[in-house]
Design a protein around this ligand. Structure first.
Ligand SMILES: [Zn+2]
Length: 68
């Protein structure tokens, strides 16, 4: 039963570290450090989504869906 206990503790540690370690702003495309001033990756041109803007998908009042 020691092994299962160790595994449970290890799992808790991994989860804790995952949530406690601050997420680095890096490009998911190439892994380069993200320039906070630029919405695009300076290395590969990856378009970064703004993490502060909640993307709930279909929402009324979106002004971006203007077809003209
Ligand atoms: Zn990149």
């Amino acid at each position: 039963m020691v092994i299962s206990t160790v595994f449970a503790v290890l799992l808790l540690v991994v989860v804790a570290v995952y949530y406690l370690v601050p997420k680095r702003q890096c490009c998911p495309g190439c892994g380069a450090d993200r320039d906070p001033e630029s919405p695009l990756c300076t290395a590969c041109g990856w378009i970064h989504d703004d993490p502060e803007a909640p993307d709930d998908g279909d929402e009324e009042g979106e002004e971006e869906m203007v077809y003209e």
